[in-house]
Design a protein around this ligand. Structure first.
Ligand code: PMV
Length: 324
């Protein structure tokens, strides 16, 4: 009863920010992402009869208590679905710069859902797998699919319609996503805590909800018509809007560091020089820069000249779940 799955991480173009149900991970708003080709998690799950408790090995090391608990509680959901009480050995190899604004939880829970469901012979559709992955980490529901993906918030209280679907496969539109690392510090406020505080206390959150459907519509249209500048404009504006909601929270908080600002300014400089290039930022200090493949080298070099930039990794749209 063993299976292994690989999931790529994804970055949000239109952000998920806020839950309407903390337990089921139901979002306040829909979101759109790109699955990336270079950051991934490979997870093997083996259910065994003679095992006293679950064991989680992350990058060849026994996990911490906190990391383990998140994974074991998530496995409980899958055990309940399949009616088993067997414990499991979970072995994960994580190729994502963790806890610095890159969603390692997205690829992590997507790979874990796929491997565990397969190991237990649960024949889940992609939709059902997406709904399951969502319960580990919201953004994980998007990593089931490759390319350009939308997570619809859904209306039902049980969350069955809060699932992702593909808007455009990865091989249909190649754009470049440069992951710019400016900080290696662990972030201080998790996305979970950050979005909760924003929803509960920020007066700007209403503005976020009022404009999100327009942003989603623009991004959807831009992806379908492969209009890069239209996409870039709405992506950058949406990211800034999400970060603005946190400044109004009590107590206020932000994820940016000085390097974050440097990258944002450099992207604007490049744009003034006529290169279509845009940025987005998640719950961390690092920046993701979007451009067309023909401008990739120029943009890469311009970012590396900045003193606070440590590393730039160029990604492209990647595949959904694969089984190994
Ligand atoms: O699913 P989580 O808890 O990793 O939250 C993701 C939050 C953002 O990365 C900021 C936005 C998103 O849609 O991925």
């Amino acid at each position: 009863m063993k299976a292994t799955a690989k999931a790529n991480t994804n970055i949000a173009l239109i952000k998920y920010w806020g839950k309407r149900d903390e337990k089921l991970f139901l979002p306040m708003n829909g979101s759109i992402s790109i699955t990336l080709d270079r950051f991934y998690t490979i997870t093997a799950v083996e259910f065994k009869r003679d095992l006293q408790k679950d064991v989680f090995l992350l990058n060849n090391q026994l996990s911490s208590e906190a990391e383990g608990q998140k994974v074991f509680r998530f496995l409980d959901i899958i055990r309940e679905l399949s009616g088993t009480d067997l414990n499991a050995v979970i072995t994960s190899e994580n190729r994502v710069p963790t806890a610095a604004g890159f969603a390692s939880s997205a690829s992590g829970f997507a790979a874990l859902s796929a491997a565990a469901a397969k190991a237990l012979n649960l024949e889940l559709s992609e939709k059902e797998l997406s709904a399951l992955a969502r319960r580990g980490s919201g953004s994980a529901c998007r990593s089931i699919y490759g390319g350009y993906v939308e997570w619809q918030k859904g209306e039902r209280a049980d969350g069955k319609d809060s699932v992702a679907h593909q808007l455009l496969p990865e091989d249909r539109w190649n754009i470049s996503i440069l992951s710019v690392m400016v900080a290696s510090k662990q972030k201080k406020i998790s996305s979970r805590e950050g979005m909760k505080r924003t929803v509960e206390t920020s007066p700007f959150y209403t503005g976020w909800l009022q404009t999100i459907d327009t942003d989603l519509q623009k991004a959807r249209e831009a992806i379908i018509s492969k209009d890069f500048e239209k996409l870039g404009r709405v992506v950058e504006a949406n990211a800034l809007k999400m970060h603005a909601t946190m400044l109004g929270a009590t107590p206020p908080f932000f994820y940016w560091q000085s390097g974050t600002m440097e990258v944002m300014e450099q992207v604007q400089n490049l744009r003034e020089d006529g290169i279509p290039v845009y940025f987005t930022i998640d719950a961390g200090a690092n920046v993701k820069v979007l451009c067309l493949p023909e401008d990739e080298q120029k943009v890469y070099e311009a970012l590396l000249t900045l003193p606070s930039v440590k590393e730039v990794i160029t990604c492209h749209p990647g595949a959904g779940i694969t089984y190994l």
